[in-house]
Design a protein around this ligand. Structure first.
Ligand SMILES: NC(=O)CC[C@H](N)C(=O)O
Length: 204
Protein backbone atom coordinates (compact mmCIF):
# COMPACT_ATOMS: atom_id res chain seq x y z
CA UNK A 1 0.00 0.00 0.00
CA UNK A 2 1.29 3.49 -0.80
CA UNK A 3 1.64 5.89 2.13
CA UNK A 4 -1.42 8.07 2.80
CA UNK A 5 -1.43 11.16 0.67
CA UNK A 6 -1.19 14.48 2.48
CA UNK A 7 -4.39 16.47 2.91
CA UNK A 8 -4.70 18.97 0.13
CA UNK A 9 -7.31 21.54 -0.74
CA UNK A 10 -7.03 20.51 -4.38
CA UNK A 11 -7.42 16.75 -4.58
CA UNK A 12 -6.74 14.58 -7.61
CA UNK A 13 -9.87 12.76 -8.66
CA UNK A 14 -9.77 9.83 -11.04
CA UNK A 15 -12.47 8.76 -13.46
CA UNK A 16 -12.63 5.04 -14.17
CA UNK A 17 -12.09 5.03 -17.93
CA UNK A 18 -13.03 1.56 -19.14
CA UNK A 19 -16.35 2.46 -20.77
CA UNK A 20 -19.08 5.08 -20.39
CA UNK A 21 -19.28 8.84 -20.12
CA UNK A 22 -15.75 9.42 -18.90
CA UNK A 23 -15.05 12.68 -20.72
CA UNK A 24 -18.16 14.39 -19.29
CA UNK A 25 -17.03 13.63 -15.73
CA UNK A 26 -13.50 14.87 -16.41
CA UNK A 27 -14.93 18.09 -17.83
CA UNK A 28 -17.27 18.56 -14.85
CA UNK A 29 -14.42 18.04 -12.37
CA UNK A 30 -12.04 20.32 -14.25
CA UNK A 31 -14.78 22.96 -14.27
CA UNK A 32 -14.52 22.94 -10.47
CA UNK A 33 -10.76 23.37 -10.64
CA UNK A 34 -10.14 19.77 -9.61
CA UNK A 35 -7.23 17.85 -11.11
CA UNK A 36 -9.00 15.02 -12.97
CA UNK A 37 -7.22 11.99 -14.40
CA UNK A 38 -8.41 8.85 -16.16
CA UNK A 39 -7.87 5.50 -14.44
CA UNK A 40 -7.32 2.25 -16.34
CA UNK A 41 -4.45 0.66 -14.41
CA UNK A 42 -3.80 -0.23 -10.77
CA UNK A 43 -0.90 2.27 -10.62
CA UNK A 44 -3.24 5.05 -11.79
CA UNK A 45 -5.75 4.03 -9.13
CA UNK A 46 -3.06 4.29 -6.43
CA UNK A 47 -2.41 7.91 -7.41
CA UNK A 48 -5.90 9.36 -6.85
CA UNK A 49 -7.62 10.81 -3.77
CA UNK A 50 -11.08 9.90 -5.02
CA UNK A 51 -12.66 8.01 -7.90
CA UNK A 52 -15.70 8.56 -10.11
CA UNK A 53 -17.38 5.46 -11.52
CA UNK A 54 -19.24 6.76 -14.57
CA UNK A 55 -22.49 5.80 -16.20
CA UNK A 56 -22.40 3.42 -19.10
CA UNK A 57 -23.06 -0.30 -19.06
CA UNK A 58 -22.24 -1.91 -15.75
CA UNK A 59 -21.80 -5.42 -17.18
CA UNK A 60 -19.25 -4.13 -19.69
CA UNK A 61 -17.39 -2.01 -17.15
CA UNK A 62 -17.05 -4.87 -14.68
CA UNK A 63 -15.94 -7.29 -17.40
CA UNK A 64 -13.29 -4.85 -18.60
CA UNK A 65 -12.19 -4.25 -15.01
CA UNK A 66 -11.54 -8.00 -14.70
CA UNK A 67 -9.68 -8.08 -18.03
CA UNK A 68 -7.52 -5.10 -17.02
CA UNK A 69 -6.83 -6.76 -13.63
CA UNK A 70 -8.42 -3.79 -11.97
CA UNK A 71 -11.41 -5.39 -10.24
CA UNK A 72 -9.60 -6.64 -7.14
CA UNK A 73 -7.57 -3.40 -6.78
CA UNK A 74 -10.85 -1.44 -7.07
CA UNK A 75 -12.45 -3.61 -4.39
CA UNK A 76 -9.43 -3.20 -2.13
CA UNK A 77 -9.27 0.57 -2.66
CA UNK A 78 -12.97 1.10 -1.94
CA UNK A 79 -12.90 -1.25 1.05
CA UNK A 80 -9.83 0.66 2.25
CA UNK A 81 -11.70 3.96 2.29
CA UNK A 82 -11.04 5.51 -1.13
CA UNK A 83 -13.87 8.02 -1.66
CA UNK A 84 -15.97 7.10 -4.69
CA UNK A 85 -18.89 8.60 -6.58
CA UNK A 86 -20.88 6.13 -8.67
CA UNK A 87 -23.35 7.51 -11.19
CA UNK A 88 -25.95 5.23 -12.81
CA UNK A 89 -23.89 2.19 -13.89
CA UNK A 90 -21.42 3.40 -11.25
CA UNK A 91 -24.13 3.10 -8.59
CA UNK A 92 -24.63 -0.50 -9.70
CA UNK A 93 -20.88 -1.11 -9.39
CA UNK A 94 -20.79 0.16 -5.80
CA UNK A 95 -23.78 -1.92 -4.66
CA UNK A 96 -23.27 -4.88 -2.37
CA UNK A 97 -26.37 -6.56 -3.82
CA UNK A 98 -28.12 -6.43 -7.22
CA UNK A 99 -31.59 -7.22 -8.51
CA UNK A 100 -32.14 -7.88 -12.23
CA UNK A 101 -28.41 -8.35 -12.66
CA UNK A 102 -27.01 -10.06 -15.73
CA UNK A 103 -26.08 -13.71 -15.15
CA UNK A 104 -22.97 -13.84 -13.00
CA UNK A 105 -22.68 -10.05 -12.86
CA UNK A 106 -20.14 -8.97 -10.25
CA UNK A 107 -19.77 -5.65 -8.49
CA UNK A 108 -17.05 -3.74 -6.66
CA UNK A 109 -19.36 -3.34 -3.69
CA UNK A 110 -18.95 -1.17 -0.62
CA UNK A 111 -22.42 0.35 -0.35
CA UNK A 112 -24.78 -1.61 1.89
CA UNK A 113 -27.63 -1.34 -0.59
CA UNK A 114 -29.68 -3.50 -2.91
CA UNK A 115 -29.80 -1.85 -6.33
CA UNK A 116 -32.24 -2.78 -9.06
CA UNK A 117 -30.87 -2.38 -12.58
CA UNK A 118 -32.98 -0.74 -15.30
CA UNK A 119 -35.51 -0.20 -12.53
CA UNK A 120 -37.76 2.46 -13.96
CA UNK A 121 -39.09 0.09 -16.64
CA UNK A 122 -39.80 0.40 -20.31
CA UNK A 123 -42.45 3.10 -20.25
CA UNK A 124 -40.09 5.56 -18.67
CA UNK A 125 -36.81 4.04 -19.77
CA UNK A 126 -35.24 7.47 -19.77
CA UNK A 127 -36.60 10.70 -18.32
CA UNK A 128 -35.56 13.99 -16.83
CA UNK A 129 -36.86 15.98 -13.93
CA UNK A 130 -36.06 17.92 -10.80
CA UNK A 131 -34.50 16.01 -7.91
CA UNK A 132 -34.36 17.48 -4.44
CA UNK A 133 -31.05 16.55 -2.84
CA UNK A 134 -30.45 16.82 0.90
CA UNK A 135 -28.09 19.72 1.59
CA UNK A 136 -28.72 21.57 -1.68
CA UNK A 137 -31.03 24.55 -1.66
CA UNK A 138 -32.37 24.13 -5.21
CA UNK A 139 -33.24 20.82 -6.96
CA UNK A 140 -30.79 19.39 -9.48
CA UNK A 141 -31.95 18.49 -12.98
CA UNK A 142 -31.88 14.70 -12.92
CA UNK A 143 -31.19 12.90 -16.20
CA UNK A 144 -32.14 9.22 -15.85
CA UNK A 145 -31.05 6.85 -18.62
CA UNK A 146 -32.10 3.21 -18.10
CA UNK A 147 -31.41 4.08 -14.53
CA UNK A 148 -31.17 1.90 -11.44
CA UNK A 149 -32.75 2.71 -8.09
CA UNK A 150 -31.85 1.71 -4.56
CA UNK A 151 -34.44 -0.79 -3.47
CA UNK A 152 -33.15 -1.34 0.06
CA UNK A 153 -30.58 0.53 2.09
CA UNK A 154 -28.79 -0.64 5.22
CA UNK A 155 -28.85 1.31 8.50
CA UNK A 156 -25.61 3.21 7.82
CA UNK A 157 -26.76 4.47 4.43
CA UNK A 158 -27.94 8.06 4.27
CA UNK A 159 -30.69 8.67 1.71
CA UNK A 160 -29.91 11.95 -0.05
CA UNK A 161 -32.65 11.96 -2.69
CA UNK A 162 -35.80 10.20 -3.84
CA UNK A 163 -37.53 10.29 -7.20
CA UNK A 164 -40.60 12.42 -6.56
CA UNK A 165 -43.00 10.31 -8.65
CA UNK A 166 -42.06 6.84 -7.44
CA UNK A 167 -40.56 7.83 -4.07
CA UNK A 168 -37.67 5.48 -4.90
CA UNK A 169 -34.19 6.22 -3.55
CA UNK A 170 -32.00 7.79 -6.25
CA UNK A 171 -29.05 9.15 -4.27
CA UNK A 172 -27.23 7.77 -1.24
CA UNK A 173 -24.11 8.22 0.82
CA UNK A 174 -22.36 5.84 3.16
CA UNK A 175 -19.06 7.00 4.61
CA UNK A 176 -16.86 8.04 1.71
CA UNK A 177 -19.12 6.51 -0.92
CA UNK A 178 -21.79 8.41 -2.80
CA UNK A 179 -24.03 7.22 -5.62
CA UNK A 180 -26.69 8.65 -7.90
CA UNK A 181 -29.19 6.94 -10.21
CA UNK A 182 -29.03 9.96 -12.47
CA UNK A 183 -26.27 11.58 -14.51
CA UNK A 184 -24.90 14.73 -12.81
CA UNK A 185 -22.21 15.02 -15.50
CA UNK A 186 -24.83 15.87 -18.13
CA UNK A 187 -25.55 19.58 -18.25
CA UNK A 188 -23.55 22.25 -16.50
CA UNK A 189 -24.68 22.03 -12.87
CA UNK A 190 -21.53 21.26 -10.86
CA UNK A 191 -23.17 20.81 -7.46
CA UNK A 192 -23.09 17.00 -7.20
CA UNK A 193 -19.43 16.95 -8.21
CA UNK A 194 -18.82 19.73 -5.68
CA UNK A 195 -20.44 17.57 -2.96
CA UNK A 196 -18.11 14.74 -3.95
CA UNK A 197 -15.08 17.03 -3.92
CA UNK A 198 -16.03 17.98 -0.35
CA UNK A 199 -16.27 14.31 0.59
CA UNK A 200 -12.84 13.65 -0.92
CA UNK A 201 -11.31 16.67 0.82
CA UNK A 202 -12.70 15.63 4.18
CA UNK A 203 -11.45 12.07 3.81
CA UNK A 204 -7.95 13.13 2.75
N1 LIG B 1 -26.96 5.10 -17.99
C1 LIG B 1 -26.50 4.06 -17.34
O1 LIG B 1 -25.42 4.09 -16.75
C2 LIG B 1 -27.35 2.83 -17.44
C3 LIG B 1 -26.88 1.69 -16.60
C4 LIG B 1 -27.20 0.39 -17.27
N2 LIG B 1 -28.63 0.16 -17.34
C5 LIG B 1 -26.47 -0.74 -16.57
O2 LIG B 1 -27.05 -1.68 -16.12
O3 LIG B 1 -25.29 -0.67 -16.49
Amino acid sequence: MPPPRPATSSPTIGVLALQGDVREHVTALEGLGVRAVTVRRPAELDAVDGLVLPGGESTTIVRLARTFELLEPLRAAVAGGLPALGTCAGMILLADRLLDAAAGQETIGGLDVTVRRNAFGRQVDSFEGPVRVAGLDRPVHGVFIRAPWVEEAGPDVEVLARDERTDRIVMVRQGALMATSFHPEVGDDPRIHALFRELVTHHA
